[in-house]
Design a protein around this ligand. Sequence first.
Ligand code: HEC
Length: 168
Amino acid sequence: MPRISRMVLVGSSALLAAVLAVQAGAEGSAPVSPIYGVALPKGYRSWELIAPAQEAPPLDELRTTLGNPTAMKAYRAGTQPFPDGTVLVKLAWKHVQSPEFAPASIPGAATTVQVMVKDSKRYAATGGWGFGRFVNGQPVDAAQHQTCWSCHQSRAAGHDFVFTRYAP
Ligand code: HEC
């Protein structure tokens, strides 16, 4: 019965297409940074706090750096350089005065989310670190990504190119 076999064929290729679409969604859809190919890591918002930070005006931001379990283990053990698999995420917000209590500072609008991923082979040319900077979940342009390594390299070389120290 050729009609049935054609139906089976159409049905199975539709299934194959659906399977491929699901696989692409699972692996290929997260936007990645130019130059480095770094994506926003899944679930980073519930990672542990390494330390807060603040930047003076004109940027005038409150910031916080979070680490995945590999990062936190390395921080607590004082392991340097950070092992492959370390991921650091820095969140930033506009610095706003509390409407309820003037001396207090609170986070305003979210500005950027920045990521550093340690992979000593893939990123051998940049101290083992891959960089990603995201605004509203989308990576910013290559020109901005060209600045990451030079600043971290020149100013944080004594701490494996990472500025943030563990806040007790
Ligand atoms: C002009 C210097 C400078 C440039 C350029 C820069 N950073 Fe940073 N970065 C810092 C400083 C200083 C900190 C420490 C936290 C803070 O003060 O915000 C930091 C912290 C970080 C952190 C938290 C881990 C750490 O090192 O403390 C990440 C992640 C990060 N930067 C990613 C990036 C990415 C991605 C880029 C490029 C798009 C970039 N940085 C460009 C200075 C810089």
